[in-house]
Design a binder for this molecule. Structure first.
Ligand code: KG4
Ligand code: ZN
Length: 346
């Protein structure tokens, strides 16, 4: 069964064709990030204008690359929120128009549920991942940083979240302070290559705290003061970037380790969301998982970590399987859409 996924929640226009929620036949992503590189963020109206122009060519390219036509599609899954409202509306309106003209059912998907589904994606022709629940998922992107304890695709509990900034936001704001381009995650990672991760000290957030929550604003403030107070650090981007990246990843992994000690039933740890593209994070998380003898997974391609339509197609497929009444083109498109403490779309 082929699902057409559509994702337009931020600056990207992405359309994908995915077989049975796992096999990616195509995942075309057109991003306007380049236009925003010097701005440390996105201009919403400009992003939406570019998405209107991109939608049809990206859709055509996704069908062509998947070597199929709309007649082969059984379901259209689209991000309904959260995100930039104008951008979301480009995606959801397109999905409704296509669903109505082609006579194909449409399902609205929470963006985060898409990220949570991304470890199931494999390039077409490769064997399935063979994932076993219960899964502990660290979902870290520009908008959220959450830990989920999941017993199936749609059953699970939010066991921790950030109290202030998201991890990706800490990368983006840190990069801006260091004069590095947006998005900050990849540019800090590139600047940090061969840097000394121990040269500058950053405090470990919430170390004495009994919860599993995250906090990134203190690390961001420490970076601000370091650059203000030490002229040697201002000229040492490589080592500052390496130490800052290490501190962010160490905090994420400190909480992962604690969560694994608290929840001994966990069989797999999944890193998802844009920040899961970070190689240093993957290395530190691998140490934590090895110690606890659990499997560590991240999406099988970097393109499945950052925002993409294949993950929305996968989530839509699983959602329809486990909750058939969720298939309904009459969902609301919402900019601020919390995924409840329990993993349910209702
Ligand atoms: O999931 P995503 O593409 O979009 C949101 O849903 O927010 O995540 C984007 C975030 C940005 O903050 C970006 O800086 C971060 O993911 N990111 C990374 C890396 N690649 C992207 N952070 C750390 N290391 C990376 N390699
Ligand atoms: Zn995202």
């Amino acid at each position: 069964m082929l699902t057409l996924g559509i994702e337009t929640s931020c600056d990207e226009t992405s359309v994908a064709v995915v077989r049975d929620g796992t096999q990616v036949l195509s995942n075309v992503i057109s991003s306007s990030k380049k236009s925003f590189e010097r701005l440390a963020g996105v201009i919403p109206e400009e992003a939406a204008r570019q998405q209107v122009a991109c939608m049809t060519p990206v859709l055509d390219a996704a069908l062509k690359e998947a070597r199929c036509t709309w007649r082969d599609i059984s379901l259209i899954a689209v991000t309904k929120g959260p995100g930039l409202l104008g951008s979301l509306l480009v995606g959801t309106t397109s999905a409704r128009v296509l669903g109505a003209t082609w006579g194909i059912p449409v399902i609205g998907v929470h963006h985060t549920l898409g990220h949570l589904s991304s470890p199931w994606l494999v390039p077409a022709g490769q064997p399935e991942a063979g994932i076993r629940f219960p899964v502990l998922t660290l979902s870290a992107s520009g908008g959220h940083t959450d830990l989920w304890h999941r017993t199936s695709h749609l059953e699970g509990r939010l066991i921790a979240r950030t109290r202030d900034d998201a991890a990706g936001e800490a990368f983006d704001k840190g990069a801006s302070m260091l004069g590095l381009p947006y998005p900050g995650g990849p540019s800090i990672a590139a600047a940090a290559e061969h840097g000394d991760i121990h040269l500058y000290d950053f405090p470990m957030p919430l170390h004495e705290d009994a919860t599993l929550d995250f906090s990134f604003s203190g690390l961001k403030t420490s970076l601000k003061y370091l650059l203000r107070d030490r002229s040697d650090a201002r000229d040492d981007t490589r080592n500052v970037a390496a130490s800052y990246e290490h501190a962010l990843c160490l905090h994420l992994c400190d909480r992962l380790g604690r969560a694994l000690r608290t929840h001994q039933d966990i069989r797999e740890v999944h890193l998802v969301g844009g920040v899961s593209a970070n190689l240093h994070l993957r290395t530190l998380a691998a140490d934590v998982c090895r110690d606890r003898r659990v499997t560590l997974r991240h999406p099988s391609a970097i393109a499945y970590c950052t925002d993409n339509a294949a993950m929305i197609a996968a989530a839509g497929f699983f959602l329809r399987l486990e909750q058939p009444d969720a298939v309904d083109a009459a969902f609301r498109t919402v900019a601020a859409l919390p995924l409840n403490d329990t993993l349910s779309q209702k």
